[in-house]
Ligand binder design. Structure first.
Ligand code: PFF
Length: 452
């Protein structure tokens, strides 16, 4: 295999491999998407389906994607060019780079809302038990174009600044500090929430399954969420895989990331649902749960303003690792192809992301009446990336790893040249990635395309 575009920087420690990868997985998916999808999907029943989806779909794709990245030691496009030179496989990487732009465009918009809510919470502007106050603050913010853009561009500058430090001194160092901090803050909010009188009802909602709510849609949504949650199918994990140390245990690291990511989602559920039930609010409030319901819930508690600020702060912290990984996909491509220095690649990507983000952000103000395929830009970006590109990328990764790269090479790669005693795990992974996972992902894609 002709290796080109190889990096010189990478994750220096095994702990850094774990925190950076977990940092990518943890984010708005855990604290924003997961709770409202769990609320809609029947609580614990959704949780069980989601767990099965991560095992049957999420983990196998993640292992394959990281493996291919580490083997080729290049960016999302370069990896395919190294593995399959002269073939169209590199288009999978190109689609992934496009997905990184699309996701970052709406992601940084929501993160901008979170950061602005940190300031509002800290300065007491959200202190009211009436959900209408959070609602008014929320709609004032999203409907004001310059306000929303100010926060979005601020977020981009912050993430770009960290990436200027590089992979080991930027991404790795930052996630090593942020991940433990996130866990501590989340635990503090959970303890507070569990002390409420309505805690038992909230926990029952999260942990006592009601399978009558499970439909085919719920199952397919859970599989789709697994893609978004684990940052797979678009070259992010491929890029991070290329920074993995050669002695890192890929199956074990991915299993740990998946479990820790699930724990963060559960903790977010434990922080949110008891509080919501305690105040007789709706668990199925949708995306507004975070911005409209939570301020009212916190305002009802002693020391509520402190906990509200900590809650929005931890949400902001959770998003940073995810944004670093999304932003890194084009940076690695531009810098790795020799076109420009890393610094120039970061600046070019930041400018590109800022431009891409404008239509998504203005979807709630200036461009509110513009729709493409019946969706505003914000929803269109989410739809194209989450429902089309990620599942398509996942199918291609399974097909390549399972049918082209093959058993012998996969075994050598995942056992680190035979130094790890994980043959049985690799056999299970290989069977899944060849037969089960791609078929399940095809269903997700067909659902995304509204075929059924
Ligand atoms: N996994 C992130 C979350 O759950 O918030 C979102 C994400 C990050 C998706 C990176 C895709 C990606 F490449």
């Amino acid at each position: 295999m002709a290796l080109t575009n190889r990096h010189t920087d990478g994750f220096a420690t095994r702990l850094g491999v774990l925190t950076a990868t977990l940092g990518s997985a943890v984010g708005l998916g855990n604290i924003w998407k997961f709770p409202y999808m769990t609320g809609d999907g029947g609580g614990a029943a959704f949780l069980i389906i989601y767990l099965l989806a991560t095992l049957a779909v999420g983990l196998p794709v993640m292992i394959g994607e990281i493996m291919l990245g580490r083997e080729a030691r290049a960016n999302a496009v370069g990896t395919w060019k190294n593995l399959a030179p002269g073939t169209p496989w590199f288009l999978v990487g190109a689609a992934g780079v496009l997905a990184a732009f699309l996701i970052m465009a709406f992601y940084t918009d929501v993160v901008g809302w979170v950061f602005s809510f940190i300031v509002r919470a800290a300065t007491g502007q959200l202190n009211s038990t009436d959900p209408k106050v959070g609602e008014a603050a929320f709609s004032a913010m999203v409907s004001h174009p310059w306000h929303a853009l100010f926060w979005q561009w601020g977020v981009l500058a912050l993430v770009g600044g960290i990436l200027l430090g590089g992979v080991s001194k930027g991404i790795e160092k930052t996630t090593k500090v942020l991940m433990p901090l996130l866990f501590l803050m989340l635990l503090a909010v959970c303890v507070r929430s569990l002390m409420l009188p309505g805690a038992a009802q909230g926990l029952a909602f999260l942990f006592a399954p009601d399978f009558s709510k499970v439909t085919v849609d719920v199952v397919l949504n859970a599989m789709g969420l697994a893609f978004f949650k684990l940052s797979i199918g678009m070259g992010t994990m491929m890029t991070y895989g290329s920074y993995f140390r050669s002695d890192a245990d890929i199956p074990l690291t991915t299993a740990r990331v998946m479990l820790a990511d699930l724990v963060v989602s559960l903790l977010a559920g434990i922080a949110i649902f008891p509080a919501v039930f305690n105040y007789g609010l709706e668990p199925t409030a949708g995306p507004g749960l975070l911005f409209m319901t939570m301020p009212a819930v916190f305002s009802s508690l002693p020391l509520g303003q402190v906990f509200m600020t900590v809650f929005f702060l931890l949400t902001g912290i959770a998003t940073i690792g995810a944004m670093l990984s999304l932003f890194e996909v084009p940076v690695a491509l531009f810098a790795g192809s020799g076109m420009m220095s890393r610094k120039a690649a970061v600046i070019a990507t930041a400018l590109g992301l800022a431009a891409f983000g404008v239509p998504a952000t203005l979807s709630f103000s200036t461009l509110a009446d513009v729709s493409v395929f019946g969706k505003n830009f914000f929803d269109l970006y989410d739809f194209l990336s989450s429902n089309i590109i990620l599942p398509l990328g996942g199918i291609c990764i399974c097909l390549y790893a399972g049918w082209v790269w093959g058993g012998a090479r996969s075994h050598a790669a995942l056992s680190n040249g035979g130094t790890l005693a994980n043959a049985a795990v690799i056999r299970v992974w290989y069977a899944l990635v060849r037969y089960v996972t791609p078929l399940l992902v095809v269903l997700v894609l067909l659902k995304g395309l509204k075929v059924f």
